[in-house]
Design a protein around this ligand. Structure first.
Ligand SMILES: NC(=O)c1ccc[n+]([C@@H]2O[C@H](COP(=O)([O-])OP(=O)(O)OC[C@H]3O[C@@H](n4cnc5c(N)ncnc54)[C@H](OP(=O)(O)O)[C@@H]3O)[C@@H](O)[C@H]2O)c1
Length: 349
């Protein structure tokens, strides 16, 4: 049960971060500092392995605690960046206590009563939340921001995409594996058997992100399709993706083909992208952004926009975004900011 909304927006919630020691958790702390996210108290939680570690926030050390009913008690907003099992364990518990869980994982994304939100695209969906809000997969977020702008020019007919995904999309252990493999290669040593990916990622490209699922697509490819449909409210949008892991540390890239039901000139597409909050468009089709350039900020960079000559009304573009920031931590914090602004966080004083 949700408590009735107070008249005044909550200014300073009690915040907990589950998964504070992970790749997303680490970036979350930096983004919250930079955005001066308001909070009365911050609790940093993780697994029992991390209890006692100290993490810095706003110049002060905070001791990491285990994730338990006691440590979560009293939180108004809980950012969860751990695993589906952890989200499923705590989501319903927090909901029953009038807290809001903003979940980075995939556990609830497709649930009918859970909004899946990119604030610049479908912030209004926050209005019907019931205590859990999901953020999309880190490839979906930049894609829907670009497509949402483009569909202001003409309705979308079909989308296909190939992703080039950084190892931090898998988590801190994958980054360590890539760096260790690069070290072995640099020293001329044999590379030990991988433990995170099925095969070596250094000097390689893996056409598999997550496990295989229906129709021989991977779960990541199906997430990209299903989440795009949900966020854009286009339940039957024809969509196919190939998701690829590349030996890049931060920032996911995507090569996207978008087809429209009527004429969508490049000039109008560019104008629409310029009007989309959070998107930066490069007009010169021979100039582009790379993952290294996009790393460290919160923008979605769209470049190499050109006609797709294989269909009547189609374009091709290149899109790059920091997967840990706008792909995860920043989007989660923006959701919380938007919920506070709309007075949608129950339970807090
Ligand atoms: N990486 C991305 O680009 C990205 C983008 C969007 C969404 N996400 C999602 O964000 C989540 C976290 O990803 P990540 O990349 O940060 O993973 P990660 O680096 O592997 O970190 C996982 C975090 O979860 C904690 N954890 C593990 N088991 C736990 C438990 N039983 N109880 C409480 N905490 C536990 C870990 O704590 P210990 O350190 O104590 O083990 C660690 O802090 C995943 O659901 C992922 O799908 C990631």
């Amino acid at each position: 049960m949700r408590a009735p909304m107070s008249e005044e927006p909550i200014v300073e919630p009690v915040v907990a971060v589950i998964g504070a020691t992970g790749a997303v958790g680490d970036v979350f702390l930096r983004v919250a500092e930079q955005r001066e996210f308001p909070m009365k108290q911050l609790k940093l939680l993780a697994s029992p392995r991390s209890v006692g570690k100290q993490l810095m926030f706003r110049g002060q050390p905070i001791t990491v605690e285990d994730t338990t009913e006691q440590t979560l008690e009293g939180a108004d907003i809980v950012f969860c960046s751990a695993s589906s099992a952890v989200s499923k364990q705590w989501g319903p518990w927090l909901r029953a206590r009038n807290a809001v869980m903003i979940d980075d994982g995939s556990a609830f994304r497709m649930d009918a009563d859970v909004p899946l939100v990119v604030p610049e695209v479908n912030g209004d969906d926050l209005e019907w939340h019931k205590g859990i809000v999901s953020i999309p997969n880190c490839t979906t977020t930049p894609l829907v921001m670009a497509l949402n702008a483009m569909r202001q020019v003409a309705p979308l007919k079909r989308v296909t995409a190939a992703s080039y995904q950084a190892v931090t999309g898998t988590g801190a252990a994958a980054k360590a594996e890539l760096e260790a493999q690069i070290g072995h290669i640099g020293r001329g040593e044999p590379v030990p058997a991988p433990t995170v990916y099925p095969v070596q990622i250094a000097m390689n490209v893996l056409p598999q992100v997550d496990d295989f699922d229906e129709d021989d697509y991977t779960k990541e490819e199906l997430k990209m399709r299903n989440e795009t449909r949900k966020i854009l409210h286009l339940d039957t949008l024809p969509f196919a993706a190939t998701c690829v892991r590349v030996p890049v540390v931060v920032s996911h890239s995507e090569a996207v083909h978008a087809e429209f039901t009527s004429e969508a000139s490049i000039a109008r597409i560019i104008d629409a992208l310029k009007s989309q909050a959070g998107v930066v468009v490069t007009e010169d089709p021979t100039t582009y952004m790379t993952p290294l350039q996009a790393a460290g900020d919160d923008l979605v960079y769209v470049s190499r926009i050109r006609r797709d000559p294989t269909v009547e009304h189609g374009i091709v573009f290149w899109c790059v975004t920091d997967n840990l920031r706008k792909g995860a931590a920043t989007n989660a914090i923006q959701i919380a900011e938007e919920m506070l602004r709309r007075n949608l966080v129950p339970g807090a004083k």
